[in-house]
Design a protein around this ligand. Structure first.
Ligand SMILES: Nc1ncnc2c1ncn2[C@@H]1O[C@H](COP(=O)(O)OP(=O)(O)OP(=O)(O)O)[C@@H](O)[C@H]1O
Ligand SMILES: [Mg+2]
Length: 1109
């Protein structure tokens, strides 16, 4: 069912007629009524054959959704109701599938919807072409170039709130698959006069308002701008805000788009700096100042703005100021400098602003092109989209050079439309010998000639006037026009003598009028010469070139004094003419697709269809003639060869090869297919098909045939595939069967084999067991005989042994008895000699033996040589007690000496110091034990190495004994402040810790006493000699972590320098001289609140309490 609803023709549910070719009767009224009817039913697109007429709906219609894109994708042009997407799809597919470069020409008045149409085409093509990360990035960059160019090149005009003030032609490049590769944008003459002056009810370019509304405060401040339109002379005030336009959010869109297109942050910044500079230039004002020679000279009124511009752009202020007051003319080798009067200065200022802005715009286009350039060198297919400023007429003869140029461009586009649709089509029928009745239409070639003819054209006259020596004014230019063009049919002026318009009061004397294809336009000559010359004083371009701003420098290459070119640059008119000519040439090489935009009303309002306005547009666009030509003609034509190639598969005679002329082949083909004769005609080289339906029928048949062919190929391929598969399977089956048989036989054989082995092993086992039994019996018999024999031999042997033992015992008893008898006899004889000597000898010997043993054992048990080793072996015998102690003492003395002998002189000094500290503080100060293990380093701060203390080091030229940070206790509140404490050979110094400046210096002779508590704190007072110079500020009360070391060193140094012992008082209460009064410092047991840090507090005038935890 769903399929039934799908449209298959534009005729389905048609409102009016979708294609004007089908309109009956065909006349102007029916044409307009049809458009109106469709417009009232929200159908804004209507075809004339393949040309799309688009009426601006002035409201957003739900016809551009992604679903719509899908609907139009890959569908034939006449299948669905008219839409810009159908044209885009047709163009894209013929580019992709038939390899034809395309161009989409969008024409219409200002506000007719050209720019919107171009964006719709681009977004459709982007949606249907290839996908993928890389392709998407290219698309995104192409699409995002639009908001950037629109911000800088579009402005609100009375006709259009977003009027393009430049022409744009964009080539989108594709690869062979139809994936976009990149693009190239060409821009045509920006209407730069708008920068300095806007007609009533119009605005300057959008970007100025966007910056001021959308930039952050910080950014504005950076650009030295203020968020107030009224501050800037270049911003016309009467229509600064446009309904429905949010400049601030557009600014964010533009910045975002710039980022996507690939502008670097610094480039974006530079661009906005230039924009800001242009805006601020407008605020520079001049006043006249008389000079000695009677001439007026201009002076800048308020230099503040100039200063800010120079800061922003890095231009030397004096250079720019000079360029606004003088003009240097160079002729050959000579340089002449003249002063500028106020008017000239304003002229120079505006010229600079216009040039800066228009060059910036061209730079933007170049920069975008750099980003969107295709990265490959492969052959590209191209789709060009042309969106140029529309034809415009101002009332009250306000039309100037810009309108002249814009209208000329539109004239050329109309010309190319005529060339390609009306003229070319009719000429082709004649060329091809097709029967044809000629259709009249207005050819505007004559107007183009009036403007661009190389000898007598208006542009040529203007150039001639500009280049001519002598006084040249707009009036002389008009005079010249009057002479040369007066007789031209489309030129009107009152000045020429034989003028037909001598009495036409609607034509002022300073104007000329051209009858354009789209109506009469009256041009005011004022400014033509200036604008065509587009003169910027060289001093200004040189000043710009000197700017310390890479972008501005690059915008004014001619300011480089090394590249001075005395030749005049080409005029604006001739440049434009040349670029339009190139464009036309380019368009002619491509397959054109037309979108003709029509403006339904002058109010920019939805739902209003002003018939007179539409009628005027239809007339000058030649749309009716267009329909007539289409209706009389043929919808489609193609040379015979490609036609035969495309459809030859539809007929047996021509498939697969036709031998003979292509035309004959096509004839056979068409006859065979039974196409009615009135539907086609044979030209000389082409076949002409009258109705698109015939073409679609052919296409459908071709598609069907291609499907059949595909089925055939598929059938054969599938058969072949199945057969080869079958053969392969058969071969496999044989191999598998043989393997299987082999395997099962192998299994059977294995089973038989293993059964035989089992039977065999049983029999063998039985036989072996029988033999074993017999052998075991035999063996047991043998063993029994051996055992019996052994028992017998044993009994015999034991009997013999017993006898022998009895005999031996008797013999030994005899020997012992004999010995005792002999001993008794000897003892009786010698008893009297032994008692006299032997006892003493034995005692001495025993003693000697014990001593020897004692010393030998000591040798092995000796303790280590460390003087602090307390080990000593235990005493072995009581009688050696005193010896043992003495030996221990001697050994200890000996090893101490050994230890001392290793010391160097420096170590000796350290130990001396430690010894001194021990004598001074041991058992007196609780801090002492903790200091024993710490080496005395003296210089804790590396005064000589650290560059921070260079000053301090330079001030002290003696050797530094102590350099350490101490806390100096403030007399008033007991708070501590860090100081550097230095002790040198002769002085004690205190210096500021940060700056290193010396605060006090006391000779050692003036130090009388050092006081400290007996507790575990680092406070100490240095008492100074009364009356000495240092004592005037009072004693020092300090605190340090290295108190013991400091006091010891101070004591030793004083001793060596003054030969007097420094008094060190250790007491928990002592007096300190503070300026005039003596204050008692009292140490008390404090709480552990602050950890282990003692706290110091001033209790009253006479008491400072230190709480030691
Ligand atoms: N298809 C559309 N749908 C809705 N609104 C449209 C459409 N086309 C145009 N418009 C409206 O008309 C306004 C003018 O259109 P656009 O800027 O395209 O005109 P233009 O022909 O480019 O004019 P110019 O020659 O001045 O640049 C747009 O800003 C938009 O509001
Ligand atoms: Mg536009």
């Amino acid at each position: 069912m769903a399929k039934m609803e799908v449209k298959t023709s534009l005729l389905d549910d048609m409102i009016g007629v979708g294609d004007m070719v089908l309109l009956e009767p065909l006349n102007e009224d029916s044409f307009i009524n049809n458009l109106k009817k469709r417009f009232d039913h929200n159908e804004v697109y209507t075809y004339i054959g393949s040309v799309v007429i688009s009426i601006n709906p002035y409201r957003s219609l739900p016809i551009y959704t992604p679903e719509k894109v899908e609907e139009y994708r890959n569908r034939n042009f006449y299948e669905l109701s008219p839409h810009i997407f159908a044209l885009s799809d047709e163009a894209y597919r013929s580019l992709r599938d038939q390899d034809k470069d395309q161009c989409i020409l969008i024409t219409g008045e200002s506000g007719a919807g050209k720019t919107e149409a171009s964006k719709l085409v681009m977004s459709y093509v982007a949606a249907v072409c290839g996908k993928g990360a890389e392709v998407n990035q290219v698309k995104e960059q192409l699409l995002q170039s639009n908001p950037v160019l629109e911000a800088f090149g579009n402005a609100k005009t009375v006709r259009n709130d977003n009027s393009s003030r430049f022409g744009k032609y964009m080539d989108i490049e594709f690869d062979f698959k139809g994936d976009p590769l990149g693009g190239v944008i060409s821009n045509y003459l920006l209407e730069k006069s708008r920068v300095v002056k806007q007609p009533r009810g119009e605005r300057n370019f959008h970007i100025f308002y966007q910056i001021l509304s959308g930039a952050s405060e910080e950014f504005l401040c950076k650009l030295k701008l203020e968020r107030d339109f009224s501050r800037y002379n270049y911003l016309g005030l009467d229509s600064a805000r446009v309904n429905g336009v949010d400049d601030a959010s557009n600014f964010r869109t533009v910045r975002n788009a710039m980022q996507i297109v690939g502008f670097m942050d610094h480039e974006t910044q530079s661009v906005f700096e230039v924009v800001a500079a242009v805006l601020k230039l407008g605020n520079i004002e001049f006043k006249p100042e008389s000079r000695a020679n009677g001439l007026d000279e201009s002076k800048i009124k308020d230099k503040n703005e100039l200063k800010e511009i120079c800061e922003l752009t890095g231009i030397d202020q004096s250079v720019l100021e000079r360029a606004f007051s003088f003009r240097t003319v160079e002729a050959k080798q000579e340089k002449v400098s003249t002063t500028l009067n106020v008017a000239q200065a304003y002229y120079a200022r505006d010229a600079l602003a216009k040039n800066l802005y228009s060059r910036l715009f061209s730079w933007l286009v170049t920069r975008i092109n750099e980003s969107i350039k295709a990265q490959t060198k492969v052959r590209k297919k191209v789709m060009g989209v042309l969106d140029i400023y529309g034809f415009e007429i101002f009332e009250n003869a306000d039309n100037s050079f810009e309108q002249f140029i814009i209208n000329y461009c539109n004239e050329k586009l109309q010309q190319i439309f005529i060339e390609l649709t009306l003229k070319e089509e009719q000429e082709e029928y004649i060329r091809e010998g097709i029967e044809w009745t000629h259709i009249e239409y207005f050819n505007n070639a004559i107007i183009c000639d009036l403007i661009e003819n190389n000898q007598t054209g208006i542009l040529a006259m203007l150039d001639e006037e500009c280049l001519r020596p002598g006084t040249v004014t707009d009036e002389t230019f008009l005079e010249k026009l009057n002479q040369v063009c007066a007789t031209h049919q489309h030129f009107e002026s009152r000045m020429s003598k034989c003028s037909r318009f001598l009495n036409d009061t609607s034509l002022p004397h300073s104007c000329f009028r051209i009858q354009h294809y789209a109506g009469k336009v009256m041009y005011q000559v004022e400014g033509f010469v200036d604008k065509n010359n587009d003169l910027l004083y060289r001093d200004l371009s040189q000043a710009m070139w000197k700017a310390n701003h890479s972008l501005i420098k690059a915008l004014f290459p001619e300011g480089n004094p090394a590249k001075i070119n005395l030749k005049r640059p080409p005029t604006a008119g001739s440049q434009f003419k040349a670029s339009v000519a190139t464009l036309m040439k380019n368009l002619q090489t491509k397959n054109p697709n037309y979108i003709r935009c029509i403006k339904p009303n002058d109010k920019k309002a939805a739902h209003i269809f002003n018939e007179a306005l539409v009628c005027h547009q239809i007339r000058y666009l030649g749309l009716l003639e267009n329909v007539r030509v289409r209706r009389a003609g043929y919808a489609f034509r193609q040379p015979y060869e490609p036609c035969l190639e495309r459809y030859k598969m539809l007929c047996k005679q021509t498939w697969p090869h036709w031998r003979g002329p292509a035309r004959a082949g096509v004839e056979v083909l068409f006859n065979e297919l039974g196409i009615p004769e009135e539907e086609f005609s044979f030209g000389r080289s082409k076949i002409f098909i009258r109705n698109p339906r015939t073409l679609f029928k052919l296409e459908d048949l071709r598609k069907q045939r291609l499907e059949d062919l595909a089925t055939l190929i598929e059938k054969i391929y599938r058969g072949w595939k199945c057969r080869t598969r079958f053969l392969l399977m058969k071969k496999c089956q044989v191999v598998i069967a043989s393997w299987y048989r082999r395997y099962s036989q192998q299994k059977k054989y294995q089973k038989i084999k293993s059964s035989a082995i089992t039977v065999q092993s049983y029999i063998r086992g039985w036989k072996a067991r029988k033999l074993l039994r017999e052998l075991k019996h035999l063996k047991r018999c043998n063993e029994a005989a051996t055992v019996i024999a052994a028992y017998w031999h044993g009994t015999q042997a034991r009997r013999e042994l017993k006898r022998l033992k009895e005999e031996a015992r008797r013999k030994h008893a005899v020997a012992v008895i004999w010995a005792f008898w002999l001993g008794l006899k000897v003892r009786r004889e010698y008893r009297k000699f032994f008692r006299a000597n032997a006892g003493r000898k034995i005692y001495e010997f025993t003693l000697q033996r014990l001593m020897q043993k004692y010393f030998l054992e000591m040798k092995n048990k000796m303790p280590s040589l460390s003087p602090i080793d307390k080990n000593w072996p235990a005493r072995p015998y009581l009688f050696l007690d005193s010896t043992h102690k003495e030996l221990k003492r001697i050994f200890h003395l000996w090893r101490c000496k050994k230890y001392r002998d290793q010391f160097t002189d420096q170590q000796k000094l350290i130990y001396e110091e430690k010894l001194e500290a021990s004598e001074l503080f041991k058992d007196k100060k609780a801090l002492y034990p903790a200091s024993v293990g710490q080496p005395f380093q003296g210089a804790y701060l590396e005064i000589s190495e650290n560059p921070k203390y260079k000053k301090l080091k330079d001030a002290v030229d003696e050797k530094i004994i102590i350099a350490e940070v101490v806390n100096k206790i403030n007399r008033a509140n007991g708070k501590a402040a860090s100081r550097i404490f230095l002790l040198t050979k002769n002085n004690v110094l205190l210096a500021d810790q940060k700056s290193g400046t010396i605060k006090s210096e006391v000779p050692l002779g003036d130090v009388t006493k050092v006081s400290m508590s007996s507790q575990n704190d680092g406070f100490f007072a240095v008492h100074l000699k009364e009356g000495s110079e240092a004592a005037s500020k009072g004693d020092f009360l300090l605190s340090s972590d290295h108190l013991i070391e400091m006091a010891t060193k101070l004591y030793r140094t004083t001793l060596s320098q003054t030969k007097q012992k420094l008094n060190i008082e250790i007491s928990d209460e002592f007096l300190v001289q503070f300026k005039q009064d003596k204050v008692c410092v009292k140490f008390i047991q404090g709480s552990q609140k602050n950890g282990n840090i003692p706290t110091c507090k001033r209790k009253n005038n006479r008491l400072l309490e230190v709480a030691v935890p």
